[in-house]
Design a protein around this ligand. Structure first.
Ligand SMILES: CC(C)(COP(=O)(O)OP(=O)(O)OC[C@H]1O[C@@H](n2cnc3c(N)ncnc32)[C@H](O)[C@@H]1OP(=O)(O)O)[C@@H](O)C(=O)NCCC(=O)NCCS
Length: 285
């Protein structure tokens, strides 16, 4: 089951002003905060981290009856930028987590976002969840999927976008002909919402693949069908270029995409579209 949380800057005036709330952020995170050059990034990072920490804490309560302090729940980064949910080593010890799982993990890792100053790391354990974070215009949306107990390797992507009018050029540059034809066939007054939803699902899929926007978004096709209540999660029909799927060696350097399933959902929430994509990959025997 996927857990998710949507938070708005309006509900968190301190975070919206770029001020970290006491007891929420660790010392490494506070150092990280000082490294942001732009106020907007600082504010969205704070709201995104706050939302992720709340989601992680409620997940640990539900799954393990363990109440972790927010400043012990951290979000590290894979080298490509994908988030990693971490419980700091002291709290991991308190919770009886296997201590041989303790690692030193980077708080910063995305190409292009490596600020000057010390490399910030955190010592802790990776929590058995796939976490995804997204921000848009004063809102943050986080989702997580439990990975322990799963028979397949799971990766989640989540995205939030404010519903806006996007140009015809945007549609031809980023959406496929199939997506544009499908959107044009729907009622004209839904066009802004459907273009936004299509774009959002593509981002969620590319996050689930841990690629981000490093590839042409037309390599993913997402048809955001709807049936009745737009505020309920609705499945999306997704097709993806198989070359984007992680591959495994079959023999002598010949590779093939791993057996997988890609599932997506979308919905609206006030002026936003939310989307999620889950990539389920067979674990090699
Ligand atoms: C990742 C990306 C799709 C995010 O899109 P966006 O609409 O700008 O931002 P969103 O708010 O929806 O998502 C941002 C979050 O995606 C996550 N993310 C970043 N790279 C990711 C990846 N490769 N896979 C999965 N998730 C990723 C991060 O958690 C990030 O939030 P954080 O930096 O606060 O931790 C896009 O920024 C991207 O692909 N960048 C790659 C190119 C690059 O490296 N640029 C320089 C980075 S500053």
């Amino acid at each position: 089951m996927i857990d998710w949380l949507l938070q708005s800057a309006a509900e968190h005036p301190d975070l919206a002003r770029g001020v970290p709330s006491p007891g929420v952020f660790s010392s490494a995170e506070l150092l990280r905060l000082e490294q942001f050059r732009f106020d907007k990034r600082r504010r969205e990072w704070l709201l995104g981290r706050w939302t992720a920490k709340q989601l992680l804490r409620s997940h640990l309560r539900d799954q393990y009856a363990f109440d972790a302090p927010l400043d012990a729940l951290l979000v590290g980064r894979e080298p490509g930028g994908a988030p990693v949910a971490i419980l700091d080593s002291q709290q991991a010890l308190n919770a009886g987590w296997p201590m041989d799982a303790v690692e030193t993990l980077p708080l910063i890792g995305a190409a292009g976002e490596q600020p000057a100053g010390p490399a910030l790391t955190v010592v802790g354990v990776r929590l058995p969840v796939s976490l995804s974070i997204s921000h848009s215009n004063g809102a943050a949306f986080c989702a997580l999927l439990r990975t322990n107990g799963a028979t397949a390797h799971l990766q989640l992507g989540a995205d939030i976008e404010r519903i806006d009018t996007r140009s015809q050029q945007f549609r031809t540059t980023f959406l496929t002909a199939t997506e544009n034809a499908w959107i044009s066939s729907a009622t004209a007054d839904l066009a802004d919402m459907l273009v936004t939803a299509t774009w959002s699902v593509k981002e969620a899929v590319l996050k689930a693949l841990q690629l981000g926007l490093t590839v042409d978004t037309r390599r993913v096709t997402a048809l955001c069908r709807f049936d009745g209540d737009l505020t309920q999660w609705t499945p999306v029909q997704i097709e993806c270029d198989s070359l984007l799927i992680p591959r495994r060696n079959v023999n002598d350097g010949v590779t093939t995409p791993v057996a997988h399933q890609l599932t997506g959902w979308w919905r609206t929430a006030d002026a936003y579209v939310l989307s999620m994509a889950a990539l389920e990959m067979a674990v090699p025997r």
